[in-house]
Design a protein around this ligand. Sequence first.
Ligand code: 3HC
Length: 295
Amino acid sequence: MATAGEIAAVGVIGAGQMGSGIAQLAAAAGCAVLLLDADPAALSRAAASISASLRRLAAKGQLSKAACEASIKRIRCVSSVQELRDADLVIEAIVENEDVKKKLFVQLDETTKPSAILASNTSSISITRLASATKRPSQVIGMHFFNPPPVMKLIEIIRGADTSDQVFAAVKSFSERLGKTVICSQDYPGFIVNRILMPMINEAFWALYTGVATKEDIDTGMKLGTNHPMGPLQLADFIGLDVCLSVLRVLHNGLGDNKYSPCPLLVQYVDAGRLGRKRGVGVYSYRQKPSSVKP
Ligand code: 3HC
């Protein structure tokens, strides 16, 4: 099995915002990166945004021009799992759906080399259950990045019931090689950060739903009153309201406490397709200025 220093080739599955950010980090750390997505348009968008992001860093002097161009060259876009056969570490960042992820883990187990470590960027799905879909549960681990991955300084590592000490150590040092601080969580619903963050976001929806205050005052209150970079409703739009709802449902089902029950207003926004920034509308509208949508 590869140690952190030996992780030379990294497969990243899912060319959305998280997957492209992870691919950028791994390439900048010197790894050969295989970025996989079934959608060629998503791959082209990811390649363009990674190049633009790395070139912005070079323009700001945070990366040499040569290192920037070398990092861009280290990323190869691919369209089938078979092309990940030589990867030392595969990180999946696909849709938050347990059945879909399990199917992918079955495929990865069959196609990647026996020593490969399989990691999930899931925000709340059980690593133990994902690992149980494979014949190598000791090599399955959670690597939870935060959005936007190139900026956020944290990686939350989740050990499944069978994750080995060797795999944990390799992924921890690899995360540090990416320039991140690591925290370790046991495999319980929501892990550490989302278990604490999502109830706060849910409470902000309750405050809006029950007429405590306007969305702007709720956000300004939390931004300036607690020094958060974004208010909780703005942050929910940034994360995606569907993602927030799905994490809350995992917390509610997994921990069985009504305090995690999603606010009806959040459920209604998701039902209406108001998923946040990615759809141009969530709690706020991003389609016109000034940004405002009636709750
Ligand atoms: N990729 C790379 N760099 C980016 C970026 C991206 N997508 N977005 C912003 N940046 C960089 C900018 O280039 C800028 O760099 P500079 O300071 O060197 O010039 C810096 O980040 C600040 O960006 P901006 O000036 O454009 O904007 P802000 O100062 O408003 O910062 C933000 C934007 C970093 C997103 C900040 O608002 C923030 O930290 N928000 C909170 C984000 C957060 O909490 N994320 C975690 C969500 S929870 C999660 O992901 C877990 C999941 O499971 C739900």
